[in-house]
Every structure is written in C-alpha cells, then in structure tokens.
Design a binder for this molecule. Structure first.
Ligand SMILES: [Fe+2]
Ligand SMILES: [Fe+2]
Length: 288
C-alpha cells in the first residue's frame, strides 16, 4: 500500500469520536428534543458553548445585541440549526487544525464548505421537496470536502503542488490525489463518515459528489441518493461563482443528469442564483 495512504487511514482511525453530548442531541427524535435538555447538554461542554456563542455573534447573523448564553442562542437558532451547527463544530473539533490546505487558507476553505451547505438548503427550498431536513442538507454541504483535511495534514507540500498542477493542466484534482496519495478526498470522506457514524445519505454525498460531474471517481459502488444531487449542484455553483476556495476549479459545469433531476435549465438556474446571491454573501462572515 502507498505509504501516504496508510498514514492517512491511520490519522482517520485515531481521530477522536464526537463529544457524547453531540451524539445524544443528534440521536434525539424531534418529539424528544426538549430545549431544556439540549441546552443543559451543551452547557456541560465549555468548548462547544464557546464556539456556538462565537458563531451566533458573528456578522453572519447581523445581531444588534450580543448573545451571552446558550439559552438565548438556542432561541435564536431553533432545533434544526442548533443540530446542524453542533455537527459541524464537532467535526471541526475532531479534525486536525490547519492554517493552510495546500495553498488555500482555512477561512476560504470553510467559506466553500459552508456556502455549499447553505446553498444545498436553499436549493431544496426552491425544489419544494421536503425530503431532507435542512440540518442534513447543511451538514452534508459543510462536510463534503472534509476528506481533504487528512491528506493535507499528512503532506501539505504535495497537496499544494497537486492543486497548482490541477489548475494549470486542467486535470481533475481528485485524479491527482489518487496518483500522489493513493487515496482521494471522497474516499477519506467515506472513512470519516464511518468513523463518526453519520447517516448513510451524508456518507454517500461525501463519497459521490464528484461522480455526477464525470470526474474520476473511485466510489461508484456506493448508492447515490438525491442528497448527492443537491451537494453536487451546490458545490459546482460555489466553485463557478468563486465563493470560497476548494482547490479544484476545473469542473464547473453542473451535469446534465443533475439539471434534469432538478428540473431546471441553465438560464432558469442563473435567474435563481441571482436571487440567492444576497443570502450567500453573508456566508463569508460565518466563521470569522
Ligand atoms: Fe470534493
Ligand atoms: Fe467542494
């Protein structure tokens, strides 16, 4: 086995599990999700508490008054948003911290990830199909490229080099990941999803989001759910509109198969995007 591949798998295996408070909240049925219980569980974890407060007080929410405790934050966010944010914050907290992913700074990468999540959620509202809860859509978008983090952690110089090569030569980044690391960010994404026991649809979106753009994709054995279409479309739009940075800017066309599934043509989609732009602009401030 490629040495780097072995090291990456080892990194994933040794990652911490999600905090037990997050697991408990994620496993609650909507009926059982008593705000008081949730607030108490979050309060027990000072790191989670701090991160949530930082987030709700960020410019993204544009609040006039500072939120100083979890109870106020929960009232503002509601159950679904609190759950989405908890999962995202837990994933961030478990992965190695990084300043650069290849040549991309952390904020730019997170902007791409969050914008994909927000857009996936907005697209599902436009499609008027409530198949997925907004927390599932947001979280899948947020996590879809997190498989890149262990690759860059093991060898950031090589990751920087393949991002540059991919853009220069117009070659898919995922193919170069396979050549140089022996494993791709979608395959690592699958390992992360397994490690954290994420729902099967999120796992499939992490593993299949490049499959639909006819890029090199080694993960065709996993079932493709509708959620993967949302993530593919949202991811491609974010790359095309240059919202944040993910490293692979080569494939920026939404696949015909996905447009057909979404039941729009490209001009209808452009019109829709104009309306969404305002909402997406605020994403830039989300994690700062
Ligand atoms: Fe990706
Ligand atoms: Fe992406």
């Amino acid at each position: 086995m490629n040495d780097k591949k072995e090291m990456i798998i080892d990194v994933v295996n040794k990652l911490p599990s999600f905090p037990s408070s997050v697991v408990k909240i994620m496993n609650m049925n909507d009926e059982d999700a008593n705000p008081r219980v949730i607030i108490d569980l979050i309060r027990l974890d000072p790191v989670l508490t701090l991160r949530i407060l930082k987030l709700v007080n960020s410019a993204f929410f544009g609040l006039r008054h500072k939120i100083t405790n979890i109870q106020q934050a929960y009232m503002l966010l509601g159950l679904e948003n609190t759950r989405s944010l908890l999962l995202g914050i837990a994933a961030m907290g478990c992965l190695p911290d990084f300043e650069l992913l290849g040549n991309i700074n952390q904020n730019e990468f997170l902007n791409h990830s969050i914008a994909t999540g927000v857009l996936a959620k907005l697209l599902s509202e436009k499609k008027k199909e409530k198949v997925y809860k907004s927390e599932i859509l947001f979280t899948s978008g947020l996590l879809h490229d997190f498989g890149k983090i262990p690759l860059a952690f093991i060898d950031n110089d090589t990751y920087r080099m393949i991002i540059i090569e991919s853009n220069k030569k117009g070659v898919s980044l995922i193919e170069l990941e396979n050549d140089y690391f022996g494993i791709t960010h979608t395959q690592v994404g699958l390992l992360l999803a397994e490690k954290w026991n994420l729902p099967v649809e999120i796992k499939a979106a992490m593993g299949n989001h490049h499959l639909l753009s006819n890029e090199y994709s080694p993960d065709q054995s996993i079932e493709c759910y509708d959620l993967t279409y949302y993530i593919h479309i949202a991811n491609t739009i974010c790359k095309k509109q240059k919202i944040g940075e993910s490293g692979n800017s080569v494939f920026t066309d939404i696949s015909d198969q996905s447009l057909e599934w979404f039941n729009v043509n490209t001009s209808e989609l452009d019109e829709m995007l104009d309306n969404l732009k305002e909402e997406l602009v605020s994403v830039d401030f989300f994690w700062k």
